[in-house]
Structures are given as structure tokens and as C-alpha cells.
Design a protein around this ligand. Sequence first.
Ligand SMILES: C[S@@+](CC[C@H](N)C(=O)[O-])C[C@H]1O[C@@H](n2cnc3c(N)ncnc32)[C@H](O)[C@@H]1O
Length: 254
Amino acid sequence: MRHIHIIGIGTGNPEHLTMQAINAMNTADVVFIPTKGTTKADLAELRREICERYLTRQGVRIVEFEVPKRLTQDLSYGQSVDDWHAAIAGIYESLIGDLPATGTGAFLVWGDPSLYDSTIRIIERVRNAGACTFDYSIVPGITSIQALAASHRIPVNLVGKPIEITTGRRLIETGLTHESTVVMLDGQQAFSQIDDPDAEIFWGAYLGTDNEVIRSGRLGDIADDIVRLRAEERARHGWIMDIYLLRKGRDFED
Ligand SMILES: C[S@@+](CC[C@H](N)C(=O)[O-])C[C@H]1O[C@@H](n2cnc3c(N)ncnc32)[C@H](O)[C@@H]1O
């Protein structure tokens, strides 16, 4: 049977790769690299660099494929995502179908495959469709949450307290409800719409890469600076990935 490795590669630093990830890549006949158009060419480039640096077994092929854009017009969010996953599943199916009958393929996934990533869902979808039979396994990777915490030298949670992990869109809907809230996928700078000036923010963009930039402080003092900096960085690179932790309260406080 064919086998697929879904490999977490960390968030921008090639040294985020674990020994398990490197070993899994080297068992593959083919490593699949997604490309996302010119603005995020840097991300495909990092995956190429990872292959160059860590593939030591002769004969491992690299196959690049273009990820389709998500169409949103006249569609609900759910329908738009479902259609998008169906389109990607079609691509995965033909990539996997092209493997030899007992071949191994590897998908390199940004960060960790379990966190705001749909590779596992889409692979399950392909398997359930039944057109090609294969098994798969997951290799965990360093997430952007861990990269953020490491760069700021902070624990993510307060002692004995829970953490919420959410998106910018949700944060705007719900407001700040937890003492520690990690916000990802935020194209709207939701933090600047939160009316909680005494909360602390720990923000980071391009974490793990040479372009990494971080800021922290009282939200009321630095929200505007981060909005400005984010816009400048985005204009400079043509794209941005950022993440932040919003914290209210202190360790050992009830
Ligand atoms: C589609 S999610 C993928 C998350 C990924 N699976 C992980 O484990 O971090 C993309 C979001 O992750 C965050 N992110 C990923 N890499 C990042 C990085 N190097 N620096 C800052 N944020 C990052 C951003 O919030 C971005 O919008």
C-alpha cells in the first residue's frame, strides 16, 4: 500500500525540523511542495531549502503543485472552505495516485499539521473517496505559538489557567474572554478593536525567519505602533504572517 507522511516543518527556521521529520522525508519517494503564487514565494523557497539541506537519500523526487485560491463570491464561509478543500483533494488524489503502488509520499506542512491546517482533513477526504488506497502518518512540528513564546521568552499560560486559541475574526465577535488568548489568522488587526487597554500583547511576525520582528507591551500603549509596523512590513515583503498572545491578569491570581 502507498504511504503518506504529513510532516510538520516548523514556522520558518529550517532548524525547527525534528530528527523524526528529517528521517520521514528521507523515506519518501516523492516530497510534495505546495506553491501559493508569487506573493508567498518565500514559503515555497523555504521548503525547497529544507529539501536541499536534509534530503540525503539518493533518488527522492520533489514535485511542486499549485494550491488553488479559495473562492468566496456568493458563498457562505463554510461552503467556500468546503469547495476549496474539494479542489485541493482532487490535486492530492492525483499526486498520490501517481506514486508507485507501494510508494511513499511526503507533504511538508507549515508549523504543525494539527493547528489551523487542513492537510489532515483533506487527506482523510481523499482516503474516504476511495479512488486510491493509502495509509498515512503524522510527524509533529513546531507551531507558530511555540515560536512566539520562545522569541518573547514567555510561558503561554498563566499558572494553572486555560488558554484560548482563536482567529482574528472570532476575537472581534467574542471580545477578550480568557486570561491568555492566542490569536492567529488575523488580517484585521483585531487587537486594535479590543477595548481592554491594560491587557498585555506579545506580537510577532515572520517568526523563525531572518525577517522576524516582535513587539510587546500594554495594549493601550502599543496597539497603534503594531498596526503601523505590520502595514510597513507587509508592504515591504508583499505578505505577512503574524500571531499574538493577549494576556490579562497575573500568575497566581484567582
Ligand atoms: C494557516 S495557519 C497555520 C498554522 C501552523 N500550522 C502552525 O502550526 O503554526 C497560519 C497562521 O499561523 C500563524 N503563523 C504561522 N507561521 C508564522 C510565523 N512564522 N510567524 C508568525 N505567525 C505565523 C499566523 O497567525 C498565520 O496567519
